[in-house]
Every structure is written in C-alpha cells, then in structure tokens.
Design a protein around this ligand. Structure first.
Ligand SMILES: CC(C)(COP(=O)(O)OP(=O)(O)OC[C@H]1O[C@@H](n2cnc3c(N)ncnc32)[C@H](O)[C@@H]1OP(=O)(O)O)[C@@H](O)C(=O)NCCC(=O)NCCS
Length: 180
C-alpha cells in the first residue's frame, strides 16, 4: 500500500520519470528542463533541499518571499513515486489569501485512481500528529473539479470564494478542514 514518506535518494529514478511525464511538485509552475537536468546531476543535493527547504520561496510572479516552516512528503508505492504533498506549518499573509496549509499533486500516469484522496487523508493525519493546528485551510481553482472532490471527500467546508491572486480572471475557493 502506498504511504507518505520523506524523500530519499532511492526514490529519485521514479521521481525523474514522473517529472518526464509533466509532474510538478510545485503547483505554481512546471518543472523546467534545466531543473530536471540539475536533479539528475545532483540528486543528493535535491533530496536535501526537499527535506530542508530554503528560507526563501520564489512566488508565482517571480519575486522572492519568506517561506514559512514546511514539510514535503512523497507518496510512494515501494520505489514508485506517485505524488507529493506540501504541508505549511503556519500561514503568512500570502498563504492566508491563497495557498493555505496543504498543497498536493499526483503524477499524470497515476491520476484517477484515488491517490490524491488517500494522500490528503494521510497528510491530515500527519498534521494531527505533528502540528498544533485545529483546522487547515486549502485553496483550489473553481475549474479544478478533481481537487474540489478531493477536498470535500476529506471533510472540507467552503470558507469563501475569492479571485486567485496569481492568475488573472481565475476564481477559486478557500476551504477549511476541521482536524478535531
Ligand atoms: C487534482 C489531482 C491532485 C487529483 O488527483 P487524483 O489522484 O487523480 O484524484 P483522485 O483519484 O483521488 O480523484 C478524486 C475525484 O476526482 C475525480 N477526478 C479525478 N480527475 C478528474 C478530472 N480530470 N476531471 C473530473 N474529475 C476528476 C475522480 O473521479 C474522483 O471522483 P470520485 O471521488 O467521485 O470518484 C491531480 O489531478 C493533479 O495532480 N492535478 C495537478 C495539480 C493540482 O491541481 N493539485 C491540486 C491543487 S489545489
């Protein structure tokens, strides 16, 4: 059965295959061929970065922002990479307006098999076990039917509808998931 675990060097070959399919662990932008080449050249460095994220984050508009403490977990079926979840331990003003506590993505070849729903459920258990949060916020574009289903299947209740601040003309929803 797949499980959410920390990234390891042994998972990189399958992770690179997922990138080759167009997977992006960062829903903000696609992984560029230069980034993929760098991961191939320096896999140890990349695993370190995934498990110890830098203090700064490149925002969707290309500017640098301060990263809140965060944990990235990979959804692995043995040595097969299926997807990843990013858990932000707290919200800053930017994440409060859009982004929320949890983001996730499943590799294209593994979609529509229930992995995102199972992965979010496991991520919520991880938050319950490790962080002092009574609820988490998630955001989703209104046209992302799959992700809306994933959030609602995991107990999401609509907080409000807002403009996605990073994509002109796109509306989205902010959800709460109660953890108690
Ligand atoms: C959104 C995403 C994570 C869903 O992953 P997934 O593993 O395919 O999701 P699941 O298999 O758990 O499916 C959840 C539900 O959505 C439905 N679904 C999945 N893909 C769908 C699609 N393209 N169109 C419509 N419904 C879809 C499934 O049938 C399922 O519905 P059900 O519960 O009624 O059976 C995946 O498509 C992805 O990685 N997208 C790109 C990144 C992204 O959008 N992340 C979320 C940002 S908020």
């Amino acid at each position: 059965m797949p499980a959410l675990v920390r990234a390891e060097l042994a998972f990189i070959p399958s992770f690179l295959e997922a990138l080759g399919e167009g997977f992006s662990r960062d829903n903000l932008r696609p992984t560029s061929p230069e980034e993929i080449a760098q991961i191939e050249r320096q896999p140890e460095w990349f695993v370190r970065i995934v498990n110890n994220p830098p203090r700064q984050v490149v925002l969707p508009d290309g500017t640098l922002g301060q990263r809140v403490p965060a944990t990235e977990l990979w959804y692995m079926d043995g040595a097969t990479f299926l997807g990843s979840v990013g858990i932000r331990h707290e919200l800053n003003a930017i994440l409060e307006s859009w982004g929320g506590h949890i983001g996730y993505a499943v590799r294209p070849s593994a979609r529509r098999q229930g992995h995102a729903s199972a992965m979010l459920a496991e991520a919520l258990d991880h938050v319950r076990a490790t962080l002092p949060l009574s609820r988490v916020m998630l955001t989703v574009d209104l046209d992302n039917t799959a992700s809306i289903k994933v959030i609602e299947k995991n107990g999401g209740t609509i907080r409000d509808e807002v403009d996605n601040p990073w994509v002109e003309g796109v509306r989205g929803r902010r959800y709460w998931i109660d953890l108690r």
